[in-house]
Design a protein around this ligand. Structure first.
Ligand code: HEC
Length: 323
């Protein structure tokens, strides 16, 4: 038992080391790089061959020195064993006898017959099948390993622990998922960025993709002026985000959602908002309706002023699905 325990702990220690040592050790042991290893192996093999040859010679010589009668006896013994070899039980019979049934051959059944006789049905006292007995021993060995591993050394997690571990892992996953969800930007939860990095990459995106139609300063060329307070599809981060995402294909403003990630759209939309009131040269005339951010005091209450909380009702054009 003590030996077994120490064996198990040795195996455990090995298992723990294996992960670290395997990576460090070169795959071929140092020994194989040493030429004297091959030399010694060669000499060893030669000596082995010589020893075998010499032993044979000695035996032959010894046989030659034997008296005639002894030689006769040896010859008959050889014949006998050759005969037995020829009539030896087949591999299958031996396999069956040693491993599968170990049943007594039919001729010898009388030896193992019990005196029970149930209406002519008799019982043989055969051995149990060896494979079954080995299975039984294995379960005993397994039980010992199990007890030592789980209940003596406490090296394995019990069910409760396993359960708690899995719960902890699941909670971890939930947290990761929630973190990802926080990254997911939609028109409902989008906010205007004000970090230099966010606005910086927003400006880059604008310069690369939008200048052609909205002008370098947002003054508007093909597309409308983005620097004034007037918006065709509503101002504010939520509306701009939606317009850029879905585009207005009918009017020549493409949908950007296949080319820009939600994050990038948020960045460029936030950048556009910083252009408000910059009054660039050649600014295009205002188009759309005046937009007031929620919470700000409305300036004039004429028909073009929209006092709104956040999201403008989607117009027919904006609702056109993008391709
Ligand atoms: C091919 C020309 C073109 C390009 C490129 C373009 N736009 Fe536009 N954009 C337009 C047009 C035209 C409109 C006006 C749509 C309308 O009249 O409904 C518009 C409208 C807009 C609006 C709405 C303005 C309002 O008054 O509601 C925003 C915001 C906008 N674009 C942002 C962008 C951004 C950001 C980019 C770059 C990622 C971009 N646009 C690239 C042509 C373009």
């Amino acid at each position: 038992m003590a030996g077994m325990i120490s064996m198990i702990s040795a195996i455990r220690a090995f298992g723990q080391n294996a992960a670290t040592t395997v990576a460090e050790k070169p795959s071929v042991p140092e020994l194989f790089y040493n030429p004297s290893f091959y030399l010694l192996t060669f000499v060893f093999i030669i000596m082995l061959v010589v020893i075998i040859a010499l032993t044979r010679t000695i035996r032959l010589l010894a046989y030659g020195l034997l008296p005639e009668e002894k030689k006769q006896i040896i010859a008959t013994e050889k014949e006998k064993s050759a005969y037995e070899e020829l009539h030896a039980p087949s591999f299958w019979t031996r396999f069956d006898r040693n491993f599968l049934t170990k049943a007594v051959p039919v001729e010898k059944e009388a030896d193992v017959m019990l005196d029970h006789d149930y209406d002519g049905i008799k019982e043989l006292d055969n051995s149990l099948p060896p494979w079954w007995i080995w299975g039984f021993y294995l379960t005993i060995i397994w039980a010992v390993i199990y007890i030592v591993h789980f209940h003596i050394f406490d090296t394995g997690p019990l069910q409760v622990e396993e359960y708690n571990n899995e719960i902890a892992m699941a909670e971890q996953k939930i947290k990761e998922r929630q973190a990802k969800m926080a990254d997911f930007i939609s028109p409902e939860n989008v906010t205007a960025l004000n970090t230099p990095e966010g606005l910086g990459s927003g400006k880059d995106i604008y310069t690369k993709n939008c200048v052609a139609c909205h002008g370098p300063g947002g003054e508007g060329t093909v597309g409308p002026n983005l620097t004034d307070e007037f918006w065709i599809h509503g101002g504010g981060i939520k509306n701009i985000f939606t317009t850029v995402t879905n585009g207005v294909p009918a009017k020549g403003m493409i949908s950007w959602k296949s080319q820009l990630s939600p994050k990038q759209i948020q960045q460029v939309s936030s950048y556009i908002l910083t252009l408000q009131g910059t009054k660039p040269a050649n600014g295009k005339a205002p188009e759309g309706e005046k937009w007031l951010e929620a919470g700000s005091t409305p300036v004039g209450q004429d028909s073009t002023t929209v006092v709104t909380d956040s999201v403008k009702t989607v117009t027919a054009e904006a609702a056109v699905p993008s391709k």
